[in-house]
Design a protein around this ligand. Structure first.
Ligand code: NIG
Ligand code: FE
Length: 398
């Protein structure tokens, strides 16, 4: 994935494939990539252990999932069954299902239970080749509960080999037990939660769901600007059902705007002229049976496109980033280079991480290997070919 631009369309011919390759790494960092034989000769006098992979494999940078909601309890299988019978996501939410149902169950779950659920989900992510995974809070919706979720994400991050990047999504929806307006809820978060998240280093990122049934653009702007003054990176859930999120993300200088299923041409142009990453979430389109984000148009306009699984109990229960990337790629006609970039260095960029997503000197030794000789097999098998070898920060974990 080296020497590719952060923004815009890509052709497969731009991918650099090193045959008979080797990777030299030390202390979790890549020292050199090259021909295995040349590297063996060059490092023969030093004390490097040599590990020869005898079978044919294709190595890639570990995948980065830039958008998940993995810290929850309960199941929304009943919501899903209702949706299949024609009841909409918004209708289910207004009847007390939806996000609020997960909030109720998550609030009731113990730290231990939530920790175990999160560990099982992130372990599955790692097995699927995801070596860095963003995880949002957002299913407690009060200062104490949101801090608790961020603490649990932090402790699982310390315990498991995968890197977790936490994001505070206390502004997911206004909780039903908060008496007051959307503005008042956000103001309370500004006063009672954000300073604590900052001080206790619970997260460096603040997200908000800007949509009908969640938060409007003016109050979201005020909230995000307050978070920015405190030094947070900003993220917007936007343009899923109603417009306005993308231009808001550009105005406040967010790192990314995620969803974009219904983004219009003018907003695409705004995004393309900005540094904001466009994160498509095909898992939510599949989960809700809705259109995909216009990924082809976003790339052709010159946007930086990343893809996230959005794995959550409501709109995106599948949680398989590679399958979803391949499906979006098939429908939106994305080259393999565009698909792989969207889940490696471009996804890392959405998380403001410049040290991963490329196999290159100085980058993290996060790499995964798939069986076979041809990298094209990976997306051709539409996500069902799984990595058989995984290294995280130089340590083989699978
Ligand atoms: O990204 N859009 C808002 N939030 C999530 C859904 C969360 C849920 O339904 O529990 C999403 O799709
Ligand atoms: Fe989401």
């Amino acid at each position: 994935m080296d020497k590719l631009p952060l923004k815009g369309s890509l052709k497969d011919a731009q991918l650099e494939v090193v045959e008979e390759a080797g990777i030299v790494h030390q202390d979790g960092i890549i020292l050199e990539i090259g021909r295995f034989k040349d590297l063996c000769a060059k490092y023969s006098s030093s004390n490097f252990a040599i590990q020869l992979i005898e079978s044919d494999v294709v190595a890639l940078p570990g995948f980065v999932d830039p958008h998940t909601h993995l810290c929850w309890a309960g199941s929304r299988a009943n919501d899903y069954s209702l949706r299949l019978q024609g009841v909409s996501y918004a209708e289910i939410a207004s009847q007390g299902g939806g996000i609020w149902d997960t909030v109720t169950k998550t609030r009731m779950a113990s730290d231990k239970e939530l920790g175990e659920l999160l560990i099982s989900r992130v372990s599955r992510q790692l097995k699927n080749g995801i070596t860095t995974c963003e995880v949002k809070s957002g299913y407690a919706l009060n200062p104490e509960g949101e801090s608790r979720l961020l603490e649990i994400i932090g402790s699982v991050n310390r315990e498991c080999p995968i890197d977790l990047v936490s994001t505070c999504l206390a502004a997911h929806i206004k909780p039903k037990d908060f008496e007051g307006s959307q503005e008042a809820y956000l103001q309370m978060l500004i006063e009672e939660l954000l300073p604590k998240v900052k001080k206790s280093k619970l997260s460096r990122r603040i997200d908000i769901f800007v949509d009908e049934g969640a938060f409007g653009v003016p109050e979201a702007e005020n909230y995000l600007l307050a978070a920015k003054r405190l030094g947070f990176d900003l993220v917007v859930h936007g343009e899923q059902f109603t417009s306005g999120g993308a231009s808001l993300a550009v105005r406040v200088g967010a790192k990314s705007v995620d969803h974009l299923e219904m983004i219009a041409t003018e907003a695409i142009a705004l995004l393309a002229a900005s540094e904001v990453v466009a994160v498509a979430l095909p898992g939510a389109s599949i989960g809700l049976g809705c259109a995909f984000a216009p990924a082809r148009k976003l790339l052709d306009a010159g946007c930086c496109l990343a893809i996230g699984s959005d794995w959550n109990p409501g709109s995106a229960p599948m949680g398989d980033l590679l399958v979803q990337t391949a499906i979006l790629g098939a429908f939106e006609k994305l080259s393999m280079a565009e698909q792989l970039s969207a889940i490696t260095f471009r996804a890392a960029h959405a998380l403001n991480l410049a040290d991963r997503g490329i196999l290159k000197k100085g980058y993290l030794a996060d790499f995964i290997a798939f069986p076979g000789r041809n990298y094209k097999e990976i997306l051709y098998q539409q996500g069902m070919l799984k990595p058989n070898l995984i290294w995280k920060r130089g340590r083989q974990v699978s």
